[in-house]
Write a protein that binds this ligand. Structure first.
Ligand code: 5GP
Length: 173
């Protein structure tokens, strides 16, 4: 059992529910790409956990890579290690908020001319959307609260929590 750090107000998505969401998403991906192959691209650092848990439930031949978007300045997208031109690419995100990060990542990947590009996001905060982005595989809509855990951080902390929890406002207000 994991103790609740004092900075966490409450558990929003328990570890068991996350596991069930990832399994449901993996089953959808397996059905859609049956007989094909996939390059899974995780968005660092937040999507490291969901990417790792997802790929272990995928049945088709899979290659893995990671990208990061600098959160300051011009939001540059890092280069991929793998060539994705002509491949089916699945972009994996932790959470979609305004949609700006996802739009940037999708544009950067499309510029490399993959055969196809789809996006998976574990969590979505639709109330905060500014950019109209398409998400093909969505885990769970959540309310407009700042959450941490299962890869998501506050000031680089709390990524290792096995659940997703709401951070107390007093921590960042
Ligand atoms: P967007 O560009 O959609 O506004 O934001 C997406 C990124 O912001 C996510 O990949 C994540 O890194 C960060 N983010 C958005 N909402 C939250 C949240 O509630 N908690 C944490 N830890 N990060 C978030």
């Amino acid at each position: 059992m994991t103790l609740l750090p004092p900075e966490i107000e409450r558990v929003l998505v328990p570890a068991e529910q996350i596991a069930a969401l990832v399994s449901r998403l993996a089953a959808q991906v397996n059905a859609d790409y049956a007989g094909g192959e996939l390059v899974v691209v995780g968005a660092l650092t937040g999507a490291a956990m969901v990417t790792a848990d997802l790929v272990r439930q995928l049945a088709m031949p899979v290659q893995m890579d990671f990208v990061s978007v600098s959160s300051y300045g011009d939001q540059t997208v890092s280069a991929l290690t793998l060539p994705v031109a002509g491949h089916n690419v699945l972009l994996v995100e932790d959470i979609v908020d305004t949609g700006e990060t996802l739009a940037r990542l999708q544009a950067a990947l499309l510029a490399q001319e993959p055969r196809s590009l789809r996006t998976l996001a574990l969590l979505d905060k639709p109330a905060r959307r500014k950019v109209d982005v398409s998400v093909d595989y969505l885990g769970l809509d959540i309310p407009d609260e700042f959450v941490v855990g299962y890869g998501l951080d506050y000031a680089q902390r709390f990524r290792n929590l096995p659940f997703v929890g709401v951070l107390r406002r007093s921590v960042y207000a």
